[in-house]
Design a protein around this ligand. Structure first.
Ligand SMILES: [Mg+2]
Length: 343
């Protein structure tokens, strides 16, 4: 049987590539300012989904209906008693990784682990159990990867994959390597690895202006390789198990027509709603672009956070192999592997 493209085989490392084939890395012509706009919208979209979903985290759809009707505003509250627009670990860990890349001027797995450790020491509002255990292991043992764990198939690594998706734009193999490397600081499970690669790839394709049909074809191809990721017929589960998380994100991404509709549908499934919201927000943000982000939602986010997410999105795109190959506005040939994102 052929080796699954999304799932690394036993004993194989990230260096073994290759990955899910969603077609060429970039359309024939890439307009870098448009990619930057979409990257910004992806990062803001992640924060919006996190803030929207956190209000209804751990609720069932029926509980949400009875408490909110349809939950569609950034009201804060929830079990974490958040301020309106306040974000949680999903955004904070993505931010920590992006800051570490920014500080290093490129990829540094050690820098990322250190940033996660500093974040945990800062007593964050919320920490998933697997993330906490993995960061503690790093602090105690200094290891950048734990042993494979049967309980590591949570969504905590996939929720923070956005920065490496932007950093490796134009480098398919680099995305695979970095998505998995960052994941294994806290999560070491083939489903988590595969989910990180798939989410990263969908964000990249959306940033490059690919159609929703193209994204769907890639997600369906992933479902043929990894049956856990099949999202139709949708089972309605939105737990922190990464397969449930991805099914929720993908089902609603492909059955809605705008950013607000997608995120509203996703978080009203309840469950791990801040994380399903964050992942959907990153992909849908990139796909629909800045114009798709509801202004009334953006106004609720902290202004300093918006400024930093925007700056870091620009920085990550600027560090990517794509930026090195495509001059502003000129388009260019499809990029090839390698370049600035190599660790
Ligand atoms: Mg969270």
């Amino acid at each position: 049987m052929a080796r699954l493209a999304l799932l690394p085989g036993p004993g194989t490392g990230p260096e073994d590539g290759p990955v899910l084939d969603l077609g060429p890395a970039a359309p024939p012509s890439v307009h870098l300012p448009d990619v930057r706009d979409r990257a910004r919208a992806a990062f803001l979209g992640l924060a919006l989904g996190d803030a929207l979903g956190a209000t209804v985290e751990f609720m069932t759809p029926a509980e949400i209906r009875s408490a909110h009707g349809i939950h569609r505003e950034l009201t804060g509250g929830g079990w974490l008693r958040l301020r309106p627009g306040q974000v949680t670990d999903d955004t904070e860990l993505s931010l920590a990784m992006a800051r570490a890349i920014d500080a290093a001027g490129g990829w540094s797995l050690l820098g990322v682990a250190e940033a996660f450790a500093a974040w945990l020491k800062g007593r964050p509002t919320d920490v998933g159990a697997t993330c906490r255990a993995g960061i503690r292991r790093y602090l105690i043992e200094g290891t950048l990867q734990g042993r494979p764990g049967a309980w590591d198939a949570g969504n905590g690594a996939a929720m923070r994959v956005l920065p490496v998706a932007l950093l490796t734009l134009g480098d398919d193999e680099g995305l695979w390597r970095l998505a998995v490397a960052q994941a294994r600081i806290t999560h070491h499970h083939p489903l988590s690895d595969a989910a990180c690669v798939l989410v990263g790839r969908l964000v990249q394709q959306a940033c490059l202006g690919r159609s929703l049909r193209h994204l769907r074809a890639g997600a369906e191809a992933a479902g043929r390789e990894v049956p856990h990721f099949r999202f139709e017929p949708y089972r309605g589960l939105a737990t922190g198990y990464v397969a449930d998380t991805l099914q929720t994100v993908l089902h609603h991404l492909f059955t809605t027509r705008d950013f607000e509709g997608c995120l509203t549908a996703v978080v009203n499934q309840g469950g791990d709603a801040d994380t399903t919201g964050a992942i959907a927000g990153a992909i849908a943000g990139a796909y629909y672009g800045p114009e798709g982000l509801p202004a009334r939602w953006l106004r609720r986010l902290d202004r300093a956070l918006v400024a930093e997410l925007t700056r870091l999105a620009d920085r990550l795109v600027a560090l990517s192999p794509l930026a090195a190959r495509v001059s502003d506005g000129a388009g260019g040939p499809p990029p090839v592997a390698g370049g600035a994102a190599a660790p």
